[in-house]
Design a protein around this ligand. Structure first.
Ligand code: FAD
Length: 337
């Protein structure tokens, strides 16, 4: 493989039901930085049917251009259809790097593409940068159970591929003036019905009525120190009083106290709220990985030496069973919307 033939940074712009996934915009935010460092173009790759408006949004959020593969067979994600369509594009146009959101679609698509293209893939990256001397991508992710961060490089193969979880990067400000129809290239896919082993007959959505914690502005999170499912009620009361939402550490999820969708951390979700209140959470590195970029962190813990205190703006040392209801009462008395 002659890697010097490969140029440009691509972002897979995942859409579901005609709606862009926010991770696609976040990847454009970071991809912009990488493309500028390399002095190359940032291209968003969009697959779907009748989603022209999304192509424009991708330009507004930082893409230099968009390759839009329009086909009704690509309206919904299928492993075979998306893999074939993207592999054809990559083989033809040879991008040097490709970023994919680590959603359940991206986690299925990324490895399949990497295997077909005979290249590597670094999953769940938390940082992406460029090595100045060589121009190789430096892809950083937690390793050994999150106890150290490993920076991985793919020096012999192209494209360099990585998946990144939602919430890790920030999207750019929307800039309407970047929209230019000439920067959107519509490509027709060469897919035939025979290419698709799976056919989507109907999509049925299961509503769980849960808030997406990666979007929440105020989070009251509980850990093993909360003690029971029933006791999560005091955290819910505080969250309600503050207009926030409840989340938890893996210990709280493993104990079945709250839904696994609400797990914060390396194997849960990455959150960046304005306020994060950690109640009875020790602050294991795998938990910190998912919340340490919150704007303001309040830790409530009976152990003043708990690791969570090292990232907290305010540490309240004491029993959460006393502190949390007291905070709720204070909020109810003094907080005026
Ligand atoms: P503990 O570590 O047991 O801490 C409980 C805390 O509560 C203590 O600090 C204690 O002082 C305090 N406490 C107890 N009672 C009270 C009270 N009445 N009032 C005030 N404070 C009290 N963890 C995650 O959270 N998210 C992840 O995504 C995640 N991914 C992982 C991935 C891997 C590969 C591995 C190996 C581990 C992962 N973990 C994850 C688990 C992580 O290592 C910790 O075990 C977990 O975060 C501990 O949860 P905790 O802080 O709630 O419990």
């Amino acid at each position: 493989m002659n890697i010097s033939e490969y140029k440009g940074v691509w972002v897979f712009a995942e859409q579901r039901d005609g709606e862009l996934q926010k991770v696609a915009l976040e990847l454009l935010g970071n991809g912009r930085n990488i493309a500028d460092k390399l002095g190359v173009e940032l291209t968003a790759v969009l697959l779907g049917d009748k989603v022209d408006d999304l192509a424009k949004e991708l330009l507004a959020y930082g893409a230099d251009n968009v390759i839009y593969v329009e086909d009704e067979k690509l309206a919904h994600y299928t492993t075979d259809g998306y893999t074939k369509a993207i592999c054809e594009l990559v083989n033809e146009r040879k991008p040097e790097a490709m970023f994919i959101g680590a959603t359940f679609v991206g986690r299925d698509l990324g490895p399949r593409l990497a295997a077909r293209l005979s290249t590597g893939l670094t999953a769940d990256c938390t940082a992406l940068d460029v090595e100045e001397e060589t121009g190789h991508l430096m892809m950083t992710r937690p390793a050994f159970g999150g106890n150290l961060m490993a920076t991985i490089m793919c020096t012999e193969h192209r494209p360099q591929m990585s998946t990144v979880r939602p919430g890790v990067f920030t999207k750019l400000q929307r800039d309407e003036s970047r929209i230019d129809d000439n920067k959107i290239e519509k490509v027709s896919s060469k897919l035939t019905e025979d290419d698709l082993k799976v056919k989507i007959l109907e999509v049925i959505k299961e509503s769980k009525d849960l808030v997406d914690i990666s979007e929440a502005q105020i989070i009251v999170a509980g850990g093993r120190g909360v003690g029971s499912k029933e006791n999560f009620k005091i955290l819910e009361d505080l969250a309600d009083a503050m207009g926030g939402t409840v989340a938890g550490s893996r210990a709280a999820i493993d104990n079945g106290w709250i839904d696994h969708e609400l797990q914060v951390g390396q194997t849960g979700k990455t959150v960046r709220p304005v306020v994060y209140i950690a109640c009875g959470i020790s602050g294991a590195i795998q938990h910190l990985a998912g919340m340490q970029d919150s704007d303001y962190i309040i830790a409530i813990n009976k152990d003043s030496g708990a690791s969570i205190m090292s990232v907290a703006d305010v540490g309240l040392v004491g029993d959460l069973n006393k502190i949390v209801p007291e905070m709720t009462a204070q909020f109810k008395d003094n907080y005026v919307e």
